[in-house]
Design a protein around this ligand. Structure first.
Ligand code: CTP
Length: 481
């Protein structure tokens, strides 16, 4: 519930020793000083925030230095002379100090030309009305709200709007287009038509923004309660086509002989929301990488799509094709290339396995295989697969979910019995090479895989002696053949 607060109520929210010190030091310097931006917005939203932005009319660095000195040993000061800003860390809080600025941006870069300015100038250059409120910290006006663009009214009405003509605000810093969408998604607000149309008009300008800054915003969208809202807005304004064309390619329905397939973009973002809901219901922290796996799980469908006269639309092999797309996408989008990329690739590759199991019969060996391939990520894989059931036919959903329950139960039983999750076969490749006097070659791979398959299929016991006997027989077969 968002409500207007009186000056007295606002004072209660900023009644912290750190604000008193900033207030006193600003008064001693004879400078205006305000707390601005997200911290003020979050007071009204009742979301406690530890990141505080202070604007002063004059040097932010000088004020920060004096505040840090007053706070004494517990405070840590960092000065960024190039940017004219300074940060004070104190008891878990981070206070950024910046001098009020007037900025104008050159057309082909985000680098602003900065001049000193007044509070009014500073408020003119901010992104959204809801992020553009300031509370005065000087003693005689302590707690006074300065809200020239009626951010408070927009907060109450749930509206995202730029303070100035949106074409100016977005063209100055195109990242703000993503920020507008991120805030709409995070708070469930509506972007006013004028602002949204401007995003669509200025979308190409996003190309001057670095991949790292874009992914930072996308990650924040991914961690919202319903990220689908953000992805759908990105799709509607045309930004998706520029920053993530592979996801855009899933959008739309094709019909042939009266048969259409589902809109795979809509399906994908529904799966993502389902994953988020499942995490909340299970009391789990949101797993950003599971969210990325959900967004990417069907990317292969655009390439795999085919028409079969008998069956209709098919997407054979889309899991494999999709998994091959993950590395280049991670690279291009500046997502991390280590364990996170491998995790997403694995879940995309395996995401059809549990559903096929539930469909085609649940044999012990099939369960062992999926446990082996998924390893410790088996629970996340199951969460993704359950979220993947987005059919509107209640009976179908119930049948699949019932089957998944059986699969999960079987997994527990087999894991208890066979300990497959982090299992390795009892004879490794090195021993195989020594035993049969082989150098690294195709034969070593064949022997290794056939042993692993035989154990997972229950044809050979998970025991060293039996494994060696199995390998000897297999080697005989290969070397004679
Ligand atoms: N800001 C801006 N344009 C940007 C980034 C930031 O105008 N591209 C302004 C906004 O007034 C914003 C403030 O700088 O409120 C602080 O930015 P930041 O800390 O990035 O975001 P917050 O709004 O505090 O949001 P969050 O809760 O995500 O930290």
């Amino acid at each position: 519930m968002i409500r207007k607060l009186t000056r007295q109520q606002l004072i209660c929210h900023i009644n912290l020793p750190i604000f008193s010190i900033i207030s006193e030091e600003a008064d001693l310097l004879g400078r205006e000083c305000y707390v601005v931006g997200g911290f003020v917005r979050d007071i009204f939203l009742d979301r406690p925030s530890k990141d505080i932005d202070c604007v002063t009319v004059g040097s932010g660095i000088e004020l920060a230095e004096r505040v840090a000195k007053r706070l004494g040993r517990g405070a840590h000061l960092s000065v960024f002379r190039n940017f004219g800003t300074a940060q004070v860390k104190y008891r878990g809080m981070e206070v950024e100090f910046v001098g009020a600025r007037k900025e104008s941006y050159s057309h082909d870069s985000r680098k602003p030309v900065v001049e000193d300015g007044t509070l009014e100038d500073d408020q003119n250059r901010r992104d959204l009305t809801i992020n553009d409120m300031a509370i005065c910290l000087n003693r005689d006006r302590f707690g006074e709200l300065v809200d020239p663009y009626h951010g408070m009214d927009d907060l109450e009405a749930g509206l995202i709007r730029t303070p100035l003509d949106p074409d100016i605000t977005f063209s100055d810093d195109p990242l703000r287009m993503l920020r507008a969408i991120r805030f709409a998604c995070r708070f469930g607000f509506k972007i006013v038509p004028e602002t949204f149309e401007s995003i669509a008009r200025n979308r190409e300008r996003i190309k001057i923004i670095s991949g790292e800054r874009i992914i930072d915003e996308l990650n924040k969208i991914q961690l919202c309660e319903r990220p689908s809202v953000g992805w759908i807005l990105l799709q509607r304004c045309g930004l998706l086509q520029i920053i993530f064309p592979e996801l855009q390619a899933l959008s739309g329905i094709e019909t042939k002989e009266g048969r259409g397939h589902k809109d795979n973009f809509v399906h994908t973002v529904t799966v993502l929301d389902n994953v988020c809901r499942a995490e909340r219901e299970a009391g789990r922290e949101p797993n950003l990488w599971l969210h990325w796996a959900a967004v990417m799980h069907d990317l292969g469908k655009a390439r795999a799509k085919a028409w079969d006269e008998k069956i209709g639309w098919t997407f054979h092999n889309h899991d494999y094709l999709g998994s091959r797309m993950i590395l280049p996408i991670f690279r291009r989008m500046k997502l991390p290339l280590g364990a996170e990329q491998k995790y997403v690739e694995k879940l995309v590759l395996l995401h059809m396995r549990p559903i096929n199991l539930a469909d085609e019969g649940i044999t012990d060996s099939a369960i062992r295989r999926v446990l082996f391939d998924a390893g410790d990520d088996i629970d996340d894989l199951m969460t993704l697969c359950e979220a993947d059931i987005t059919s509107k036919i209640a009976e179908k959903v119930r049948r699949f979910l019932d089957n998944f329950k059986i699969v999960r139960q079987k997994m527990v039983e087999i894991e208890e019995k066979d300990r497959i999750r982090n299992w390795q076969p009892p004879v490794d490749g090195i021993e195989i090479m020594q035993r049969y006097n082989l150098s690294p070659s195709r034969e070593v791979g064949i022997l290794k895989d056939s042993l692993k398959d035989a154990i997972l299929d229950g044809l050979c016991a998970n025991d060293r002696d039996e494994a060696l006997a199995f390998l000897d027989a297999k080697w005989k077969e290969i070397s004679n053949g």
